[in-house]
Design a protein around this ligand. Structure first.
Ligand code: PMP
Length: 399
């Protein structure tokens, strides 16, 4: 651990209110503390030096530490150095960026793709590049913060519809005055619940009401669909989703966001999306890692099959123990709603003592009264890891 500086500056009096606010977070069990996590092979990690099985990461396909991915990054690092030296528009777009964009376009079966520094930046930048003050954006209440912030920052009139409530969305679309463009934005996998958006129905509504659908496949790329392109592939509507956003930080195991689509869309985003215009481009080594990971996603479909099997195993174990964990859903995100923040933290701590790292998700990440454990699976887990977690959780919930 880093040593603290020898002289600690005194906090200015004008920031004195922070202490009160932090104490309030403590009282409400909402304060987050920073810890040191060191990843280990086999979906394990050290938490402040102690080994646990990691059920909190988004490395769904166990690719972040794959030796082929690491070697690809090392080659680019040796050749090009640590950083990209400028934004992509200026001189930061190296051959690794170009190769990754081409690979993503081919993988997504689209004409072109453009990279962003993160998935958050991709959502924010894309919505703001496309929707403006005269437009209307419709957004699912449980959409990710980056979609929500993109809607806010775009200045468009934003209508929030209740989660998956298509009748509510139809009413909003019906009530919207003519003029301006209409956009529907949605996650394809809701990150804290793990459920899938009903994309065919959203496509129908978009077509009927002359709206354009933007789908964030952050948790779906590499995971869903026979070839791993996400929920649009799984649900057979790829040709009807106009704007598809993805991230390289989850199943791809690296970092960065992207949009894939027709050449004109990508050219427009390249010219207009501020987070990629005004941020330094991704490090080349990250691009090399992501490109190698995409290749593995293409040639090793067993990883996602195994991941979905582990999801089914955990859900059936929890259901057998009488634990309500969205058992109708599929995929690697398994929420266990515990309602209060205090209970979520308590059970997560109990699990950690038993050797399992699980996220305790609290407001503002989820609505008040819906604090939960968010269990995430990886193809690197063994079935026995999942069975042991189910047993430990069953025991912890009895306390
Ligand atoms: N979209 C969704 C649905 C997410 O869950 C996240 C990450 N939590 C993002 C976008 C942002 O992706 P990134 O971590 O690559 O910025």
């Amino acid at each position: 651990m880093n040593e603290p500086p020898s002289t600690i500056p005194i906090m200015p009096g004008s920031l004195g209110w922070l202490d009160d606010e932090l104490q309030k977070l403590d009282r409400d069990h909402l304060r987050r503390f920073r810890r040191e996590i060191s990843p280990l092979p086999g979906a394990r990690c050290l938490v402040d030096g102690r080994e646990v099985i990691n059920f909190a990461s988004n490395d769904y396909l166990d690719l972040a530490g794959d030796p082929r991915v690491v070697a690809a990054a090392q080659r680019a690092l040796a050749e090009c150095g640590a950083g990209s030296r400028a934004s992509a528009l200026v001189c930061g777009r190296t051959r690794w960026h170009a190769a990754l964009e081409n690979r993503l376009a081919r993988f997504e079966r689209q004409a072109a793709a453009v990279l962003f520094p993160t998935g958050f930046a991709a959502n924010l930048g894309t919505i703001c590049a496309l929707a403006g003050r005269n437009d209307h954006v419709f957004s699912d209440r449980l959409n990710h913060a980056s979609l929500i912030d993109g809607c806010r920052l775009s200045g468009a009139n934003t209508g929030i519809y209740e989660h998956d409530n298509l009748a509510g969305l139809r009413n909003l679309l019906n009530a919207t005055p003519a003029g301006g463009r209409r956009w529907i934005v949605t996650d394809s996998v809701f990150s804290m619940d793990g459920d899938l958006a009903p994309l065919p129905a959203l496509c129908d509504l978009a077509e009927r009401f002359d709206a354009t659908l933007l789908v964030d496949e952050a948790h779906a790329t590499g995971v869903f669909g026979a070839e791993g392109r996400g929920v649009a592939e799984l649900q057979g509507v790829e040709d009807h989703v106009a704007v598809r956003v993805g991230t390289l930080s989850k199943a791809v195991g690296a970092l960065g966001g992207f949009v894939a689509g027709p050449q004109e869309l990508i050219d427009w985003i390249w010219n207009r999306a501020r987070p990629q215009m005004f941020s330094t481009a991704l490090p080349p080594a990250v691009c090399a890692a992501a490109e190698q990971a995409i290749e593995i996603i293409e040639i090793e479909p067993d990883r996602r099959r195994r991941l979905l099997q582990l999801g089914a195993l955990l859900r059936s174990r929890l259901a057998a123990a009488g634990i309500d964990a969205a058992t109708q859903a599929i995929g690697p995100i398994v929420p266990v709603i515990l309602r209060t923040a205090e209970r979520a933290v308590e059970v997560a701590q109990e699990l950690e003592r038993a050797g399992f790292l699980v996220g305790a998700i609290r407001p503002p990440t989820v609505p008040r009264g819906t604090s939960r454990l968010r269990i995430t699976l990886s193809s690197g887990h063994e079935s026995s890891d999942v069975e042991r977690l189910a047993d430990a959780l069953t025991a912890a919930l009895k306390n």
